[in-house]
Design a protein around this ligand. Structure first.
Ligand code: NAP
Length: 292
C-alpha cells in the first residue's frame, strides 16, 4: 500500500515527497501525482518514486491514479472558483481507490474566515466531514515565501505594499507545512483532527522592519485601501480576478483571519517553525549577485 501525494508537481507537494524520502519511507511506497508530470521526470529517475497523472477535472483517471493508496495527501488546487468541484472528485476517487485516510491542506481559520479564499476550503472540509473516509485537516497559514518572493520588488521600491492594516499573520515556510504533512502521513493517531498551522505572528510593518534590518536599507510598509491595493496589483500585471482575491485576503489578514496562537505546527514538526528573519536572510543570501 502506498502514500499518494497530489500536487507533487507544485512547490508544497514536491517538498512532501522529498521529506517522506528523507524520513526513510521507501520510494516504492510513494506515488507522486500532478497534472503535468513531465516536471517529475528527474525525481522519478533519481529516487524511484512512482509518477502518475492526476487531473481533478478527469474523474475516471483519478481512481486509476490513486490505485493502491493507503493514505492520500490532497493538496488544494490553484484555480480559485473551480477548486471545490475538483477537490470533491479527488475525495470520491480516494474513497473508490480504497484509501484509509485522506489528509487535506486547507487554510487557517477556514470555519470562521470571511475572505474569499476560505470559501472553497470550508466547503471541502464540510464534504470530508460528511463522508465516510477518515480524514485529517491541515489548516495551513500563509507562506513566508509569499513575502520573500517579493524581495526584488521590495529592494527596488524600498517598500512593501498591502491592505493588511495592523493585522498579524502567523506565517511559516512551505517546508514547515510540508513537514507537518509528512508527520501526519507517517504517524498515527491523527484521524479526525483539524490542525491550525502557523508560525510566528507579525504585522506587515514588523515584516518591513525585518527586511530593512537584513537588507541594511530602509523599507516601509505602505497600507492601501483594499480596492487601491487590488488596482496596484493588477497594474503590476496580475490578472484582475487574482489581484482582487489577494487584496481580499489582505483585508482578511487585517481582521485577524490569518492569525493563530495555537502551536499545532510546532507540535507536529517537533521544532519551532521558520521565522521571518531566518526566511528573509536565506532569500537575501540566495539572491546575492556574486562580485565580478
Ligand atoms: N498558504 C499559502 O500562503 C498559500 C499560497 C498559495 C497557494 N496556497 C494553496 O496551497 C496549495 C499548494 O501550494 P503550492 O505552493 O505547492 O502551489 P503550486 O506550486 O502552485 O502547486 C499547485 C499544485 O496544484 C496542482 N493542480 C492545480 N490544479 C489541479 C487540478 N485541476 N488537478 C490536479 N492538480 C492540480 C498543480 O499541478 P500541475 O503543476 O501539474 O498543474 C500543482 O502541483 C496551492 O495549490 C493553493 O491551494 C497556499
Amino acid at each position: 500500500m502506498s502514500l499518494v501525494i497530489t500536487g507533487a508537481t507544485g512547490h508544497l507537494g514536491r517538498l512532501v515527497i522529498d521529506q517522506l524520502l528523507a524520513a526513510g519511507v521507501p520510494a516504492g511506497r510513494i506515488v507522486a501525482t500532478g497534472r503535468d508530470v513531465t516536471k517529475l521526470g528527474l525525481v522519478a529517475e533519481q529516487t524511484g518514486v512512482t509518477i502518475r497523472t492526476a487531473d481533478f477535472t478527469g474523474p475516471a483517471s483519478l481512481v486509476e491514479a490513486f490505485r493502491g493508496a493507503e493514505r492520500l495527501l490532497l493538496v488544494s488546487t490553484t484555480t480559485v472558483g473551480q477548486r471545490y468541484d475538483g477537490h470533491r472528485r479527488a475525495i470520491d476517487a480516494a474513497a473508490a481507490a480504497g484509501a484509509s485516510l485522506i489528509v487535506y491542506t486547507s487554510i487557517l481559520n477556514a470555519d470562521s474566515a470571511r475572505m474569499r479564499l476560505a470559501t472553497e476550503h470550508r466547503d471541502t472540509e464540510q464534504y470530508l466531514r460528511t463522508g465516510h473516509l477518515p480524514y485529517v485537516i491541515l489548516r495551513n497559514g500563509w507562506y513566508l515565501e509569499n513575502y520573500t518572493d517579493q524581495l526584488p520588488v521590495i529592494r527596488q521600491h524600498s517598500a512593501i505594499l498591502g491592505a493588511a492594516g495592523n493585522g498579524r499573520v502567523s506565517a511559516a515556510s512551505r517546508a514547515d507545512y510540508a513537514a507537518a504533512a509528512t508527520a501526519v502521513l507517517t504517524g498515527e493517531g491523527h484521524s479526525g483532527a483539524t490542525y491550525e498551522l502557523g508560525g510566528e505572528a507579525f504585522t506587515l510593518t514588523e515584516l518591513a522592519a525585518t527586511f530593512a534590518e537584513v537588507l541594511g536599507t530602509p523599507v516601509a510598509y505602505r497600507d492601501l485601501p483594499t480596492d487601491a491595493y487590488a488596482a496596484t496589483l493588477a497594474g503590476a500585471g496580475l490578472p484582475a480576478d487574482f489581484a482582487d482575491v489577494l487584496a481580499d485576503a489582505d483585508a482578511g489578514l487585517a481582521r485577524g483571519e490569518l492569525f493563530t496562537d495555537r502551536h499545532d505546527l510546532r507540535d507536529l514538526i517537533g521544532r519551532s517553525p521558520t521565522t521571518r528573519l531566518q526566511a528573509i536572510r536565506v532569500a537575501t543570501a540566495a539572491s546575492a549577485v556574486p562580485a565580478t
